[in-house]
Every structure is written in structure tokens, then in C-alpha cells.
Design a binder for this molecule. Structure first.
Ligand code: DAH
Length: 339
């Protein structure tokens, strides 16, 4: 039997050596170790062997099975390794190659600053109300206490469509539209595009404003000061404060021009603030009684304050932008800095 076994192992060894792929190996596995393999036949024959010889026979057959199994398995492992390294080779990625660059977009600085202003005031309880860009002369001027042909109209270099229709030169008509339909308490913010016949390093024919309006019982200039101080701290720096200078607007009485501590020098005086330590950021005041009356709000019961600021101006101050036109040229090198 030993001879038969030796031949079997030698046979297997020869065929395994000749095998050239995994498929062939699995065929050999079935042939030499499967149910109808010679090794299995030998195992089955064990039952006819004399009991005394059984352990020795069993041992020999088992050794044969182990030998054959080792032969096949080692070849199988060899093929599998080969296949894996072939696969790895074909899937190699050259990580030193520069990747395709995907440019990430960003919000325009005007949008960014607008959102920042809105966020600051929303935190102080304001809601956003939008108006119209093509507006009635009445809402832009008359309701705001600026009669027809009054010299106060010169403050806004307005584009007229017709006698009664204009491209709004400020966001103030949005406060009129709100007061016409909403009764106090009112606490709104009106952002939007505005138009003026004006064009130089600090003025553009199209720009953006944000109007604020608060109307309720007992609203005073102190409330305005408190709100704007808080806004300056949120928007510019925790050290910022505001200063009120007397001014005039037909729609507010008293009216003030509001300055904020220069964020470049911290108030000491520098080139940016022209040595004053202050930078003008907006116009505001206590809502004129006539304006409240025009909107059906009793000025003996209610009072309010309003303010209006240019978004571009705030962006220019905040980021030290020297020319308003840089905000509209859309030079990617400029825009990238606001990512
Ligand atoms: N409407 C003014 C302008 O365009 C800005 C302004 C000043 C708005 C005072 C206000 C205000 O609401 O109270 O120049």
C-alpha cells in the first residue's frame, strides 16, 4: 500500500507543478481529496483491515492525505498571492500627480456684510421686510415728509421713470409700506438695492442700503443709541462705541448722523478717520410726527426711531476697501479674499 501511496503523492506533486491557474488547482483538489478520490477510497477500505493493523494503516493514509493537501494548498496560496499582486499593480494610483482643482465659490462681500448686519439686528429682535425697487414718488418722498419740488429732494439724486414713479433712491419707502399695513409695535429691517445718479470712488449708481425702523409707545433717542451701540459692538469690535452728531432729515426730528470708533486706530486718529478717531456709518433719528400721521399711526400715542445705512460703506469700513468700484468689478483676486 505504501507504494501505492507514494505513487499517488508523486502523481499529485507532478500535476500540481503543471497546474497553471486557480481553476486547475480546484480541479486537482476535487480529484485528489474529494469524495471519489483514491485517498477517500483508501479510507473507506480501512473497515476491511484487521483491527490490529488499523492504527498503522490509518496513520499512513492520513499522512498521505496531509501531504497531498499541503501540496495543493501551497500552490493555491501561491496563485492567490500572484493574482492579488497583479490586481494591486493594475489599480495603482499615482498619489504624486496633482489633482483636478475644484474652485469653491463664496458669497459676495456685499451679501456677506448684508447677512452680518441682518444677523446682528435679528439678535436684537428685528424682522426683515422688503420693499420695491421701482417705487411711487409718494412712498419715496411725500409720505416721508418731502413734498414735491422741495429742495430736500436734492439729497437723493433720483432717477425718474415718470413724474410719479422712480427707481428708489433709498430704502426708506419700505418703512412707509410697513407702517401702512402694520400697527405698532413695529421692529423691522429693510435691506435692498437703491439707485442714484452718482458715480465716483465712494458712490455708485446702484448700491445697497439697510433701513431700520422701531415704532412703539415711549420710544426715544436713548433706545436708538442703545441699539446702535450694541450693533457697533457686534459688527466692528467689542470696544466700539457710537457718537451722535446733530443732522437733518425731513423724515426724522431730531435727526442725527452716527459715527463709530475708527476700527483702524481705535479712536486715536489716523489717515482713515482723517485724524478724528470717528467714522460715519449711518443717518438716523426719531421718526417725524408727520411721517407717523401719514401712515395712520397716532403720533400722540406712538413714537419711533429709524436709521438707514449703506451696505457698501459698512463693507468698505470693515475691510478697508478704498474704492467702492472694487465691489462691482468682480475681480476674482479681490473676491477670493472674502472666502
Ligand atoms: N434715507 C436716508 C438716505 O438715503 C438714510 C436715512 C437717514 C434713513 C435717516 C433713515 C433715517 O431711516 O432715519 O440717505
Amino acid at each position: 500500500m505504501q507504494e501505492q501511496i507514494n505513487k499517488l503523492v508523486a502523481d499529485c506533486k507532478k500535476q500540481v507543478a503543471e497546474a497553471n491557474d486557480l481553476k486547475k488547482i480546484s480541479e486537482l483538489k476535487a480529484k485528489f481529496l474529494g469524495k471519489s478520490s483514491p485517498v477517500n477510497d483508501l479510507m473507506k477500505g480501512l473497515k476491511d483491515v484487521a483491527p490490529a493493523d488499523k492504527p498503522a494503516f490509518g496513520k499512513v493514509i492520513n499522512e498521505c492525505r496531509v501531504a497531498i493537501s499541503e501540496l495543493i494548498t501551497s500552490k493555491e496560496v501561491e496563485f492567490k498571492n500572484l493574482e492579488r499582486s497583479r490586481k494591486l499593480q493594475s489599480e495603482t494610483i499615482d498619489i504624486s500627480l496633482p489633482s483636478t482643482k475644484i474652485e469653491i465659490g463664496a458669497l459676495h462681500p456685499i451679501t456677506k456684510v448684508k447677512n452680518e448686519i441682518i444677523k446682528a439686528f435679528m439678535g436684537l429682535g428685528f424682522n426683515v421686510a422688503e420693499g420695491y425697487e421701482i417705487e411711487a414718488d409718494y412712498h419715496c418722498f411725500q409720505a416721508l415728509n418731502i413734498p414735491k419740488d422741495h429742495p430736500a429732494r436734492d439729497m437723493q439724486d433720483t432717477f425718474y421713470f415718470s413724474e410719479n414713479t422712480v427707481l428708489r433712491p433709498h430704502t426708506s419707502p419700505a418703512q412707509i409700506r410697513t407702517m401702512e399695513v402694520q400697527k405698532p409695535p413695529i421692529k423691522i429691517l429693510c435691506p435692498g438695492r437703491v439707485y442714484r445718479a452718482d458715480d465716483d470712488a465712494t458712490h455708485s449708481p446702484i448700491f445697497h442700503q439697510i433701513e431700520g425702523l422701531v415704532v412703539d409707545k415711549n420710544i426715544t433717542l436713548c433706545d436708538l443709541k442703545g441699539i446702535l451701540d450694541e450693533f457697533a459692538r457686534i459688527m466692528f469690535s467689542s470696544e466700539s462705541i457710537t457718537r451722535f452728531r446733530p443732522s437733518h432729515f425731513p423724515f426724522t426730528e431730531p435727526s442725527v448722523e452716527v459715527d463709530v470708533t475708527c476700527m483702524v486706530c481705535g479712536g486715536k486718529g489716523c489717515r482713515i478717520c482723517k485724524g478724528t478717531g470717528w467714522i460715519e456709518i449711518l443717518g438716523s433719528g426719531v421718526v417725524n410726527r408727520n411721517v407717523l400721521s401719514n401712515c395712520g399711526i397716532d403720533p400722540d400715542v406712538y413714537s419711533g426711531f429709524a436709521f438707514g445705512m449703506g451696505i457698501e460703506r459698512i463693507a468698505m469700513i470693515k475691510y478697508g476697501i478704498p474704492d467702492i468700484r472694487m465691489l462691482y468689478e468682480n475681480d476674482v483676486r479681490f473676491l477670493k479674499q472674502f472666502r
